[in-house]
Design a protein around this ligand. Structure first.
Ligand SMILES: CC(C)(COP(=O)(O)OP(=O)(O)OC[C@H]1O[C@@H](n2cnc3c(N)ncnc32)[C@H](O)[C@@H]1OP(=O)(O)O)[C@@H](O)C(=O)NCCC(=O)NCCS
Length: 304
C-alpha cells in the first residue's frame, strides 16, 4: 500500500483524513456535552484546551522525572503522556472546527510554504562580479544590528534608534532563508562580498499583492560606502525583479536630502516622477520632501 499523498493537486496539503477524524471527535464531544448538560461555548473550547494542555504538561513533567510519579512505571507514564497528547490534539481540532478554520490553508501559509520553497528552489541567491545577494542567515544578526544602529545610516530610514539586537534578530528570523520576495510585504535580502564573508548591507523589496509592481530600498554599512557595492547589488536585484519575477514597474521613494541614494538611482537610469511635499517626518520635528523615482520594465530593457 502506498502512503497517502501529503499534498493535493491544488498545492494545499491533503488533510481529508484529519477532517474526517475531526468530525468523529466532534460527534463524541457533542454527546459528552449533552450528557453532562453544558453548552460548548466559544470560551469552553479554549478553556478545555487549556485544561488538556495543563494535563499534558503534568504528564510530561512526570515522564521526565520532574514531578511526583506516585510509583507509576515508565511505561504507564509514557502511555499517560500519549493519552494527554491525544486530548490536546483532539481539543485543538475541535477549537479549529468551531471557528471554521481552514486548517489546510493555514498549514500551507504558516509551515509548508517553507518546505515547498526549499524543495523547489533552495534559498534566494544572486551573484554579481564582486557580491552575493542572498537570503538572511542567523550569523547576520550582529552586523545588521551594528549598521542599523548607526545614526548616519538610520537618518532617512523608517526605523527609530536605538535599534535593539532583538529587533535585528527578529528581522533576520522573519527573513530567514527566504526563497523569493513574498507578495504584499517588505522582503529583505542580505549582501555579502565574495572576497570577504559577512553581511555588508541589504536590499529590500516591497512586492504588491498582485506581484506586478514593487518598491525597493537599500542600506549598506558605512565602511562599505563609496565603492559601488550598493549600485552593484541594486542592479542585480533589478535584473531579478524584471527578469525572473517579471515585474512591470519598480519605484523607490527617497528623502530629498539623501544625496547618495538619489545618485545611486540616477546612475542606474531611474526616472524622477514625483515630488511629495512635506510627506516624511524629519528627525527635528519638521517635514521632509520625498522624491519618487521609477523604472518601467520597458525602460530597464532599453538600457541593457
Ligand atoms: C544609499 C547608500 C546605499 C548609497 O551608498 P554608496 O556607497 O554611496 O552607493 P554606491 O554603491 O552607488 O557607490 C557609489 C560611490 O562609489 C564610487 N565607486 C567606487 N568604485 C566603484 C565601482 N567599482 N562601481 C561603481 N561606483 C564605484 C562611486 O564613484 C560613488 O562615489 P561618490 O559617492 O563619491 O560619487 C548609502 O548611502 C546608505 O546605506 N545610506 C543609508 C540607507 C539609506 O538611506 N538608503 C536609501 C533609502 S532606502
Amino acid at each position: 500500500m502506498h502512503p497517502a499523498p501529503i499534498k493535493a493537486a491544488s498545492g494545499l496539503p491533503d488533510l481529508t483524513q484529519i477532517d474526517a477524524l475531526t468530525e468523529r471527535l466532534d460527534a463524541i464531544s457533542r454527546r459528552y456535552a449533552e450528557h453532562f448538560g453544558f453548552d460548548r461555548s466559544d470560551s469552553w473550547y479554549l478553556l478545555k484546551l487549556q485544561e488538556e494542555l495543563g494535563e499534558l504538561t503534568q504528564a510530561a513533567l512526570k515522564m521526565q522525572g520532574q514531578a511526583r510519579t506516585r510509583g507509576q512505571s515508565a511505561t504507564d507514564l509514557r502511555t499517560t503522556f500519549e493519552n494527554e497528547f491525544a486530548d490536546v490534539l483532539g481539543q485543538l481540532l475541535l477549537l479549529g472546527r468551531h471557528h471554521q478554520i481552514d486548517v489546510a490553508g493555514a498549514m500551507q501559509r504558516k509551515w509548508l510554504k517553507w518546505a515547498d520553497r526549499h524543495e523547489r528552489h533552495g534559498s534566494f541567491r544572486l551573484e554579481t562580479e564582486r557580491l552575493i545577494v542572498r537570503s538572511f542567515k542567523l550569523g547576520d544578526v550582529d552586523a545588521l544590528h551594528a549598521y542599523r544602529n548607526d545614526p548616519a545610516i538610520a537618518r532617512y530610514q523608517g526605523w527609530s534608534l536605538p535599534y535593539s539586537r532583538t529587533n535585528a534578530a527578529q528581522l533576520v528570523a522573519d527573513m530567514f532563508e527566504l526563497h523569493e520576495p513574498l507578495r504584499g510585504q517588505w522582503n529583505q535580502f542580505a549582501v555579502e562580498r565574495k572576497d570577504a564573508p559577512g553581511l555588508i548591507g541589504d536590499v529590500a523589496v516591497n512586492l504588491d499583492a498582485e506581484g506586478d509592481t514593487a518598491e525597493i530600498g537599500f542600506t549598506f554599512a558605512r565602511e562599505h560606502h563609496g565603492l559601488g557595492y550598493a549600485r552593484e547589488a541594486v542592479r542585480a536585484l533589478l535584473g531579478e525583479l524584471f527578469g525572473a519575477l517579471d515585474l512591470r514597474r519598480v519605484v523607490a521613494i527617497i528623502d530629498e536630502r539623501n544625496v547618495p541614494a538619489l545618485n545611486l538611482l540616477e546612475a542606474l537610469g531611474w526616472r524622477r516622477e514625483a515630488h511629495f511635499r512635506g510627506s516624511y517626518p524629519r528627525e527635528d520635528g519638521q517635514w521632509a520632501d520625498e522624491l519618487q523615482y521609477a523604472l518601467l520594465r520597458s525602460e530597464y530593457l532599453e538600457q541593457l
